[in-house]
Design a protein around this ligand. Structure first.
Ligand SMILES: [Zn+2]
Length: 202
């Protein structure tokens, strides 16, 4: 099965997302956070070559940039800060100092630029084909800021399974979606709590 978004084939940097896709540009935030798969124990950003290729493909960092190891450390820390930001949408705590630090590192290094388009849209940009990682990651924050403004950010959630924590986009009318996928996480957890209750009752 080829995952698709409104009939469009997903870009390669989002090929690990199978369902509950966020609309672009939030899709890139979702793809970035889900480069760590706790369930499968895989991390796209853990291996230098794979990480360099993925970040370049996603337009977050030029492949020839120096200091890959330091950049990957920042990218992984920043990824957990984004996960904490998404967790806030499902009742998670406010960010702590350790979670704020990578965000501040990026916002202090990035250089977003104001632009006025020919049809008079005022835009703040720093992510288009970003060379420096800080600019690329700041672009993710700009996407979040826009999503916060139009309300779509509230639909970005973390799976309620603590062993999963997959970032998914809740398109349900009720906005009560709690699982990345009912089959893989929802039912598994429900069965687990059912078994626990039966054991207690027995
Ligand atoms: Zn899940």
């Amino acid at each position: 099965m080829t995952a698709s978004l409104n009939g469009m084939t997903l870009p390669p940097w989002a090929s690990h997302l199978l369902h509950k896709l966020a609309p672009p540009p939030l899709l890139l935030v979702q793809a970035f956070v889900n480069t760590l798969d706790l369930d499968l124990h895989t991390d796209v950003l853990a291996h230098a070559d794979e990480a360099r290729a993925w970040l370049a493909d996603a337009g977050l960092r030029g492949p020839e940039q120096p200091d890959l190891a330091a950049d990957l450390e920042l990218a992984r820390a920043f990824r957990e800060s984004l996960r904490a930001m998404i967790a806030r949408n499902t009742g998670g705590p406010p960010l702590n100092a350790a979670e704020l630090r990578p965000l501040e590192q990026v916002t202090s290094q990035a250089a977003p630029r104001l632009e006025v388009t020919t049809d008079c849209q005022v835009e703040l940009e720093c992510s288009v084909g970003a060379e420096r990682l800080a600019d690329g990651l700041a672009g993710l924050l700009l996407a979040i800021r826009d999503a916060q403004a139009d309300g779509s950010w509230d639909r970005m959630k973390l799976c309620g399974n603590p062993d999963c924590l997959w970032a998914f986009y809740d398109r349900s009318h009720s906005r009560q979606g709690a699982w990345c996928d009912m089959a893989s996480c929802g039912n598994r957890l429900k069965n687990r709590s059912l078994r626990a209750r039966r054991t207690q009752a027995g």
